[in-house]
Design a protein around this ligand. Structure first.
Ligand SMILES: NC(=O)c1ccc[n+]([C@@H]2O[C@H](COP(=O)([O-])OP(=O)(O)OC[C@H]3O[C@@H](n4cnc5c(N)ncnc54)[C@H](O)[C@@H]3O)[C@@H](O)[C@H]2O)c1
Length: 359
């Protein structure tokens, strides 16, 4: 039987993350988790034709909700639709929600499971690289509000995460790159050896070779699990995972979340944070060149979109949720493999670092 690649310890809960092939059809694995007759599978219209058939072959009866694809559906209306379905089928507190899809489906299904009858069981079946290395574990669930992204949410951990690497075969290359940005982030903030390992493989990282993907996903989940074990609710250390994200979120918001993927915005944000780390005297020019080179080899060395200015990014950063007790907090690099929290960074220096990314 397949063994967990990683175990997440979060407060008094713990759960496994499986990484491998054929997990969607692994009957022995499923039998451990399908302990109720009330199962809701939540997916979207892109993923359903691809991965519902194998899942159907192992699940018994279940209720299915296929949502439209897209971040614009990560709303309370979608959650309401799932509540209605569960209420119509008289789902009890022992019901199970299965999220089959990328981070959007994981967040919608996760928030629904967190709030239906004060919380029911959840299984995460992430089908994008980003979801497998980041969003499916850690317990953050949320939907968007007109006032902002992820404004309504809850912490709710899954019973297990099943990251079937084969699902990535159908993932568009651009989505693979977006997931790679988060993987590079883990190397930059937590492990210089892993960063070198990524550098050694360079452009090969995009080739979607099974062994490389398996290693990257497992390692990334290990790093995330380590941070969660120390700081489940983001009171301190978990904030380090936001490296590149404060800039990235500002860029996404300024573009109205259109035309840029989260991972792409994070890649731009990581490069800005790298320049700022050099300005602060922590990184040298060689370190900066290394970051540039790895991002370039993964097609992630992207310019600041020409329609936005550095000052606009600075202003947009103020509405990010990562403002800490009224102070702007940025995550920077003390060295490659070690992140540091930097409170109230000087405005002029931040704007200059953002300007480095202009074409
Ligand atoms: N909860 C968290 O901790 C957390 C962390 C990071 C990001 N997020 C959220 O995750 C979301 C982004 O997730 P994402 O990048 O996975 O985007 P996504 O869920 O929108 O998926 C990207 C695209 O790929 C398609 N897709 C999914 N799996 C596929 C597959 N195997 N083959 C082909 N196409 C496939 C989707 O239908 C979609 O069109 C954002 O809403 C973000 O806020 C949450």
């Amino acid at each position: 039987m397949v063994e967990p690649a990683v175990t997440v310890y979060a407060g008094d809960q713990q759960y496994p993350v499986y990484v491998g092939r054929n997990l969607l059809t692994d009957r022995a694995l499923w039998e451990q988790y399908i302990t109720t007759a009330q199962v809701l599978v939540v997916t979207n219209d892109q993923v359903a034709p691809l991965y519902l058939p194998p899942l159907k072959s192992v699940l018994g009866t279940f209720v299915l909700e296929v949502l439209p694809d897209g971040e614009e559906y990560k709303t309370l209306s979608s959650v309401q639709r799932l509540y209605e379905t569960m209420l119509t089928h008289q789902f009890h507190r022992d019901a199970l929600v299965i999220a089959l899809g990328g981070g959007v489906i994981g967040d919608i299904a996760g928030f629904t499971a967190a709030t239906y009858q004060r919380g029911i069981s959840l299984l995460q079946l992430p089908t994008t690289l980003l979801a497998q290395v980041d969003s499916a574990l850690g317990g953050k669930t949320a939907v968007n509000h007109l006032a902002g992204k992820n404004m309504i949410g809850a912490f709710h951990h899954p019973q297990a995460v099943l990251a079937d690497v084969q699902c990535l075969d159908s993932l568009p290359a651009r989505q693979v790159r977006a997931g790679l940005a988060e993987i590079i982030k883990y190397g930059l903030i937590m492990d210089a050896h892993f960063y070198s390992w990524l550098e050694d493989r360079g452009g090969q990282l995009l080739a979607q070779e099974y062994d490389i993907l398996h290693t990257m996903i497992t390692k990334s989940c290990c790093y995330k699990a380590k941070v969660i074990a120390q700081d489940e609710k983001e009171a301190g250390q978990r904030g380090l995972l936001n490296f590149g994200h404060t800039f990235g979120h500002a860029i996404e918001a300024l573009l109205d979340y259109r035309g840029i993927l989260h991972g792409e915005a994070v890649a731009i944000g990581m490069m800005i944070a790298t320049y700022l780390s050099q300005t602060m005297g922590w990184l040298n020019a060689d370190d900066v060149a290394r970051v540039k080179k790895l991002l370039a080899s993964c097609d992630l060395l992207l310019p600041l979109p020409p329609e936005i200015t550095p000052v606009q990014v600075w202003e947009a950063m103020k509405i990010d949720k990562k403002i800490w007790r009224g102070t702007q907090r940025l995550i920077l690099l003390r060295s490659i493999g070690e992140a540091v929290m930097c409170d109230a960074p000087p405005k002029e220096q931040v704007i200059s670092a953002i300007a480095e990314m202009q074409v």
